[in-house]
Ligand binder design. Structure first.
Ligand code: NAD
Length: 490
């Protein structure tokens, strides 16, 4: 894997972007950006105040309430999104560098997967921008006069887009692409631990030619900038991706003013390895699902249900796979796993490992922090049961639990016995079994014989504690629009 050139290692300005201007927070407040691989300060970010947030919302409102953006055709919006996609491709190394250094993940991951998907996402929704249509109705005459009824599908207005730190560029692209294709404007609030690549993405959007005020960026804390944004009366929809705890708070605030919300939250996703699984495929795929991005993916398949007849072999092979993973510097060409995001996440992961041991789970791989600077943690596997805390709560780290099962009925019951419902994986060669699981698993998505990131054409959603509302796909696009009924009586 080629590493980023010196030019691609440029850090962006840590400023706010409001109404087409890059500026500091009104009170000059900043947040230190820590490099999780070294624990040293890397940069500073502006910490937006409530007034900064209000200025961003006013700018976004002006564009959507009769401003030039509101008069742009869908095709013109599509052209801007397409141009942004081309700029993402041209800046792939820099975006991947910023994401890797900011969150401590191996450079090859965003370079190979997320950044190309970011460009694909903008292109996919560029294609939809001029295809958003209403409906027409053949209704009886009204009061003896011909009636023509139809619906207009219009943008919602200003979207507050709040993103987490674990896949910051990709998730920002999901929210920007769907909101902008549908004609909305956006105030974007990235996570305080991972804003660098998002700042760069907004710089690229400026270069692509989006008018001032259409995309606004307010970096800063959740408790000040995020809170001010979700409470602002000028926001029409909050599109949030993050933890269930913050999602609950946001949902309660939004309900006071009946703002629309979409909540993409956590997961505790099951993988089911049937007796007939192709083990080479399944073991490799399961390990990627456990440890990609240090297990800090919402879709992490952290509960692996293995048919009892395979349990010994699968356990042994997964332990070997975990021990062979090279953990270290995100920019070393042979690194496969980087760091956790910060000290708090290290305490969280360590705490869950201790809890697993206390509750009687058998630690069969990893379990410790590396004795070096940086928040490096070993790939960790337990043999346990579905009622243990490590199998019930989202750890959001490189910790998986293997749980043997006897038959399909038990596997399905255990897989669905969770508060979450984001994604799920079934490893099988049996089409009838695959079909049965696809219909019966309570989750927003089901992978059969693979695990990977969401594709922009497919709706992405969670059930139960994993969320509310769709993102991506046609339904994710239409979730950024409102349908209005018009009845014309001639
Ligand atoms: P988090 O909830 O701590 O923070 C997410 C964002 O919310 C950040 O930008 C933060 O600043 C902001 N925020 C915090 N408090 C706020 C408040 N009171 N008001 C408004 N905004 C506030 O989540 P995180 O730790 O950044 O991310 C990890 C979580 O995200 C995990 O649970 C993970 O599963 C979930 N996640 C879900 C998906 C999905 O698509 N379902 C994708 C990625 C991550």
């Amino acid at each position: 894997m080629n590493m980023p050139s010196d030019k691609a290692r440029a850090l962006p300005l840590g400023a706010l972007y409001i109404d087409g201007e890059w500026r500091n927070a009104e009170d000059g407040g900043t947040i230190a950006v820590i490099n999780p691989s070294t624990e040293e300060q890397l940069a500073t970010l502006s910490a937006a105040t409530a007034n900064d947030v209000a200025a961003a919302v006013v700018a976004a409102r002006a564009q959507v309430d009769g401003g030039p953006w509101s008069r742009l055709s869908g095709a013109e919006r599509g052209k801007l999104l397409w141009r942004l996609a081309d700029l993402v491709d041209a800046n792939r190394e820099n975006l991947a560098f910023l994401e890797a250094i900011d969150i401590g993940r191996p450079y090859f991951e965003p370079y190979t997967f997320e950044i190309p998907l970011v460009a694909d996402t903008f292109r996919h929704f560029a294609g939809w921008a001029d295809k958003i249509v209403g409906q027409t109705f053949n209704l009886p005459d009204f009061a003896g006069r011909p009636r023509h009824s139809y619906t207009l599908r219009q943008p919602l207005g200003v979207i507050a887009a709040i993103t987490p730190w674990n896949a910051p560029t990709m998730i920002a692209s999901w929210k920007l692409a769907t909101a902008l294709a549908a004609g909305n404007t956006v105030v974007l609030k990235p996570a305080e631990d991972a804003s660098l690549s998002t700042i760069r993405l907004v710089q690229l959007a400026e270069e692509a030619g989006f008018p001032p005020g259409v995309i606004n960026l307010v970096t800063g804390t959740g408790s000040i900038a995020g809170d001010a944004l979700v409470r602002h009366a000028g926001i029409d929809k909050i599109s949030f991706t993050g933890s269930p705890e913050v999602g609950r708070t946001i949902s309660a605030i939004a309900s006071q003013s009946f703002k629309k919300v979409s909540l993409e939250l956590g997961g505790k996703s099951p993988q089911i390895m049937r007796q007939d699984a192709d083990l080479d495929l399944a073991i490799g795929g399961a390990a990627i699902s456990f440890f990609a991005n240090q297990g800090q993916t919402c879709a992490c398949g952290s509960r692996l249900f293995v048919h009892r007849s395979l349990a010994n072999e699968v356990t042994q092979r997964l332990v070997e796979a975990a021990r062979a993973i090279r953990v270290g510097d995100p920019f070393a060409p042979d690194t496969q796993m980087g760091t956790l995001i910060n000290a708090a996440q290290m305490r969280r992961v360590t705490g869950y490992v201790e809890k697993g041991i206390d509750e009687g789970a058998k630690l069969i791989a990893g379990g410790s922090r590396l004795a070096q600077p940086g928040f490096f943690f070993q790939p960790t596997i337990f043999l346990g049961s579905n009622d243990m805390t490590i199998a019930r709560e989202e750890i959001f780290g490189p910790v998986a639990t293997i749980i043997p099962f006897e038959d399909d009925e038990e596997a399905l019951r255990l897989a669905n016995d969770t508060n979450y419902g984001l994604t799920s994986v079934v490893w099988t060669r049996d089409l009838a079994a695959a079909n049965h699981y696809a219909r019966s698993l309570r989750a927003g998505s089901v992978w059969i014989n693979a695990w990977g990131p969401p594709h922009p054409a497919l709706p992405w959603l969670g059930v139960k504690t994993s969320g509310l509302g769709e993102e991506l796909g046609l339904s994710g696009l239409l979730a950024n629009t409102a349908e209005k009924t018009v009845s014309m009586v001639a």
